[in-house]
Each structure stands twice: as structure tokens, then as C-alpha cells.
Design a protein around this ligand. Structure first.
Ligand SMILES: [Zn+2]
Length: 104
């Protein structure tokens, strides 16, 4: 692997922490200020891309793939059928499908 500039790993580590923090804020704010949550989600996404940090799966699923809004139970419809979990964003109608295996 190519040698990285000094501080690169630390910077990415910080980015990961900030992403977690942004999602925490988004969760705290979404009832009173849903537009802030969308902003936090957008910031987290951009930070992830800029620093090339992967957003953890549980958090990534909280962002709509279509309109990039922060997804909350109020904004989504969830359907589970034939091992496929479908999350529908009620803001833009985008459907996100995930494989689902019943826990054993
Ligand atoms: Zn959407």
C-alpha cells in the first residue's frame, strides 16, 4: 500500500468519530428539527466520502438512497417479505431493499 501522509490515519479516525456524532445529533434533533437531521446526515455522508471512511451499515440505512434525507420511523414504511426487508421513504418514494435472514 502506498505510504500515506503523516496524520492521515488519525484524520480518518477523527472522521469516523465525527460521523458517529453527527448521527447522534440527527437522532436527537429529528423530532423538533427534522431539517437539521437531514443536514447532519448530509454532512456525515460528505465527510465519509471526503475522508474515504465507510459509514457503518446501521447508520447508512438511516439515510434515504433517493433524496438523502435522514430516515426516521415516521418517514418510512417497512415491509418484510420472503427474506427481503423493504424500507420505503415516504418523502420521495424510494424503496431500499435489504436481504434479511431470520435470526437463529
Ligand atoms: Zn427519500
Amino acid at each position: 500500500m502506498a505510504r500515506r501522509k503523516k496524520g492521515y490515519y488519525r484524520a480518518r479516525d477523527l472522521a469516523r468519530q465525527r460521523i458517529e456524532k453527527l448521527f447522534l445529533l440527527a437522532e436527537e434533533e429529528h423530532l423538533l428539527h427534522p431539517e437539521r437531521s437531514d443536514r447532519y446526515a448530509a454532512l456525515a455522508r460528505r465527510m465519509g466520502m471526503r475522508m474515504r471512511v465507510r459509514i457503518p451499515r446501521r447508520l447508512k440505512r438511516q439515510i434515504c438512497k433517493g433524496c438523502r434525507c435522514y430516515l426516521t420511523p415516521q418517514r418510512t414504511r417497512v415491509r418484510l417479505r420472503d427474506g427481503v426487508l423493504t424500507i420505503t421513504c415516504t418523502e420521495c418514494g424510494e424503496q431500499m431493499r435489504y436481504p434479511y435472514r431470520r435470526p437463529r
